[in-house]
Design a protein around this ligand. Structure first.
Ligand code: FAD
Length: 475
């Protein structure tokens, strides 16, 4: 079998690249070891986690309604129905991708891909119906989009399904009475939120001393405050030194400040990061170079060191996000079709889908401090927002990082309900080189949280209607 463009990996990087390449008139084949398209994001990441987080949100809101005059009984949890709904969402979206691939004449081959050389991929395993008889596909150009998988240190590999990674946690086999979440990154906090809302006592331990260390502290604070109530505890500077099965429990040895103690849990969820899928795929038979952490090296046109192979998505490094992978996929295709495109995004929005949500784009105050960049900061507290008060959620803030002298918006950080939806506008503003005045002069609908963006700008000039800040001259 021969193909013009072979895309190895059918995740959000791979299928976006493949569909765009087909739209550009190229003949395309996707190879994926999973029988369904969608990759980590759709099958065991973004979408199933958000399906479960939505349930968690409704449960928590129904409890809070008790303070506002409406009380519901204790929720009855039907795990089988929850799992079925999650699977049905995955099947609908993945089925849609399959149909879209057919409409575009994108060939899909199911199996494990292994590079024989820079222009041939051997296919192993997979569905015999789509398995090519000669077991090898030759290609003119390959887009490598093999993504990443959860990192699971050997210490946790004790052959027990009571120790889960994010994929295992999404299976929602039961609601453990006591759950230990190892790692306070976004995946640990999101999955911890799901389980705690369903009734588990969740303890989160994190080796680092700072909660969400790459996030601005004033954004992380309201989240930490709320999670402190939802979770049994969040212990920073705490390391898991060992785990052992004890009857139907997992005994975890926790170390903090030189002291060690053992606690028992029904399940342990390990969320300490993800590693790139770059090993055992024959890259040594090509000129592709990988770095010490296993990430494939590319230039800003998604070219690897092998002239026939481009790479995109998680396999090339952070931030490991679906929208970054898809964007890189489009850059790769533009370059393959002869355009001089480069990856030059000014802002890649990041969202933590906890409650409250945390979202940021562009420069953060923390980055600015670390890099010695002089910035001005304006903050609009959601306590002044009528909509936030009406929703009973004034525990948010909108923050803008501004270039002194020009008033250009360099970054925006938001914490609060729906922050993930709001960051899109901020990302557009940063990409378009907007100044604060552009945001304040754009009429936003009332009452919405989106108003907090122009209001943060008004606060910068000391003219915000609902809060008082000393006035500063408008540029
Ligand atoms: P992947 O989606 O990992 O796809 C790679 C594909 O390659 C897979 O289908 C795999 O089967 C296939 N593959 C790998 N090796 C081979 C091989 N040798 N042969 C054949 N096929 C192969 N990101 C967000 O932006 N927002 C979120 O809310 C979000 N939530 C997440 C929640 C969880 C629990 C997890 C785990 C991840 C989440 N992510 C989120 C991250 C997101 O899923 C990834 O960034 C994204 O899927 C990366 O896309 P990709 O195309 O690079 O790789």
């Amino acid at each position: 079998m021969h193909t013009q463009v072979l895309v190895l990996g059918g995740g959000p990087g791979g299928y976006a690249a493949a569909f765009f390449a087909a739209d550009m008139g190229l003949e395309v084949t996707i190879v994926d070891r999973m029988p369904q398209l969608g990759g980590t994001c759709l099958l065991r990441g973004c979408i199933p986690s958000k399906a479960l987080l939505h349930v968690a949100k409704v449960i928590n809101e129904s409890v809070e309604m008790g303070d506002w005059g409406v009380s519901f009984g204790k929720p009855k949890i039907d795990l089988a129905a929850m799992r079925a709904r999650k699977q049905q969402i995955i099947n609908t979206l993945s089925g849609g991708l399959g149909t879209l691939a057919k409409k575009r004449n994108v060939r899909i081959v199911n199996g494990n891909g292994y590079f024989e050389d820079s222009n041939r991929l051997r296919i192993e395993g997979g569905d015999p119906e789509t398995h090519p008889s000669e077991g090898c596909i030759s290609f003119e150009t390959c887009i490598l989009a093999t993504g990443s998988e959860p990192a699971m240190p050997a210490m946790f590999d004790i052959g027990s399904d009571r120790i889960m990674d994010s994929t295992g946690a999404l299976e929602l086999k039961d609601i453990p009475e006591n759950l230990l979440v190892v790692g306070a990154g976004y995946i640990g906090l999101e999955m911890g939120t799901v389980y705690a809302s369903l009734g588990s006592k969740v303890k989160v331990v994190e080796m680092m001393d700072t909660f969400l260390p790459t996030t601005d502290a004033d954004l992380a604070r309201p989240l930490k405050k709320r999670l402190n109530k939802l979770f049994e505890s969040i212990e920073m500077g705490t390391k898991v030194a060992g785990v052992a099965i004890k009857g139907d429990k997992v005994a975890a040895t926790l170390e903090k400040g030189g002291e060690s103690r053992t606690e028992e849990f029904d399940r342990v969820l390990v969320c300490i990061g993800r590693r790139p899928n770059s090993a055992n795929i024959g890259l040594e038979n090509t000129d592709v170079v990988i770095n010490k952490q296993g990430f494939v090296q590319t230039d800003n046109q998604q070219r690897t060191d092998d002239k026939s192979i481009f790479a995109i998505g998680d396999v090339i490094g952070n931030p490991m996000l679906a929208h970054k992978a898809s964007y890189e996929g489009k850059i790769a295709v533009e370059v393959i079709t002869g355009k001089d495109s480069t990856f030059d995004a000014m802002a890649i929005p990041c969202v933590v889908f906890t409650d409250p949500e945390l979202a940021w784009a562009g420069l953060t105050e923390r980055d600015a401090k670390e890099k010695g960049i002089d910035v001005e900061i304006t903050v609009y507290p959601w306590g002044a927002s009528g909509r936030a008060q009406a929703m009973g959620r004034p525990d948010g803030l909108t923050k803008m990082i501004i270039e002194p002298g020009t008033d250009r918006v360099l970054g925006v950080g938001i914490v609060g309900c729906g922050a993930g939806e709001l960051i899109g506008e901020a990302t557009l503003a940063i990409e378009m080189g907007a100044v604060v005045h552009d945001m304040t002069e754009c009429i936003h609908p009332h009452p919405t949280m989106s108003e907090t963006l122009p209001h943060a700008g008004d606060a910068h000039y000391g003219v915000a209607t609902e809060i008082y800040r000393p006035r500063r001259p408008r540029k």
